[in-house]
Design a protein around this ligand. Structure first.
Ligand code: OAD
Length: 259
């Protein structure tokens, strides 16, 4: 996982490629979600005002080096976030996506950068957590990964090998490889519609998916409160809170689909 290293220079060329897009016959959809979809459920985003990266330095809590240097601080950061999940409920945007998936079984590939479980609790049973999950742990020694709902600490024994000081949150940190890149690549190669919801588009490789979609000349929809650095790559933007824009779009899409 790495930060978007360059600013987009402009939109030259995009208009021409958009002319060749197929608009209304989308059969396979890839949806990428980010922290913004869970914001209205009360889960803080990372880069907005008051976001998690305002109060914490990435190098202190979200890198393998941070865990080596100060595992207690890293555990505290993720323990607080895991515990906070119990207070959060999925919102209308999570539910709209699960409705879309239910109406088009096997044809909506949902990939989230979020480590919360609000998509699952909103009804999505098929999704990929490319940045890991708060409610899972992983052993640095035996590489086992398993569900974990409680606090983690340096004295937590691995569920598989029993060793301590090696169990960490199953979160993909900066400098590490996200999960499921082969599945994402496969889904993108088959998609004829790409949708990004509530993501700043600053963290690669997730941020690169819209560029892939552009190369394939498929429609690219962005749902976000504001314009992002990646907006010029999208063919259509839906400004506003995800709990309003996403259910409205899903309703219209399904109505048109069934007509
Ligand atoms: P960011 O915090 O970078 O961006 C959140 C985006 O959501 C912003 O573009 C906001 O404008 C938008 N947003 C906020 N509220 C919204 C709402 N109600 N409706 C629609 N959009 C809204 O979060 P991500 O893009 O998810 O990785 O960040 C990507 C990765 O960087 C995260 O997965 C995380 C972080 O470092 C890990 O921690 C593993």
């Amino acid at each position: 996982m790495a930060h978007r290293g360059r600013k987009l220079k402009g939109t030259a060329g995009l208009e021409m490629s958009d002319k060749h897009e197929r608009r209304d016959d989308a059969r396979r959809i890839v949806i990428l979600t980010g922290a913004g979809i869970s914001a209205e459920s009360g889960v803080p985003t990372f880069r907005d005002a008051g976001g998690l990266w305002e109060g914490h330095r990435i190098e202190e809590v979200a890198t393998p080096g941070a865990f080596l240097r100060n595992p207690r601080l890293v555990h505290r950061f993720y323990n607080l976030r895991r515990a906070d999940l119990a207070e959060r409920q999925p919102n209308a945007a999570h539910q709209a996506i699960s409705r879309l998936q239910a109406c088009r079984p096997g044809r909506v590939f949902l990939v989230t950068q979020n480590v919360d479980d609000l998509h699952e609790r909103g009804g999505s049973s098929e999704l990929l957590h490319m940045h890991g999950e708060l409610r899972r742990a992983r052993c640095e020694r035996c590489l086992a990964r398993y569900e974990w709902d409680q606090d983690l600490g340096t004295d937590t024994a691995c569920w598989e090998c029993g060793r301590t000081e090696c169990v960490r949150p199953d979160i993909v940190w900066f400098g590490e490889m996200p999960y499921g890149l082969d599945l994402i690549e496969q889904a993108m190669s088959e998609a004829d519609l790409f949708i990004a919801i509530g993501t700043s588009g600053l963290v690669y490789p997730a941020a690169g998916l819209v560029e892939l979609a552009l190369e394939r000349r498929i429609p690219r929809l962005e749902f976000n409160l504001t314009e992002t650095d990646a907006s010029p790559y999208f063919s259509e933007t839906f400004p506003g809170p995800a709990t309003q824009t996403v259910p409205r779009w899903v309703e219209q899409f399904l109505t048109k689909d069934q007509a």
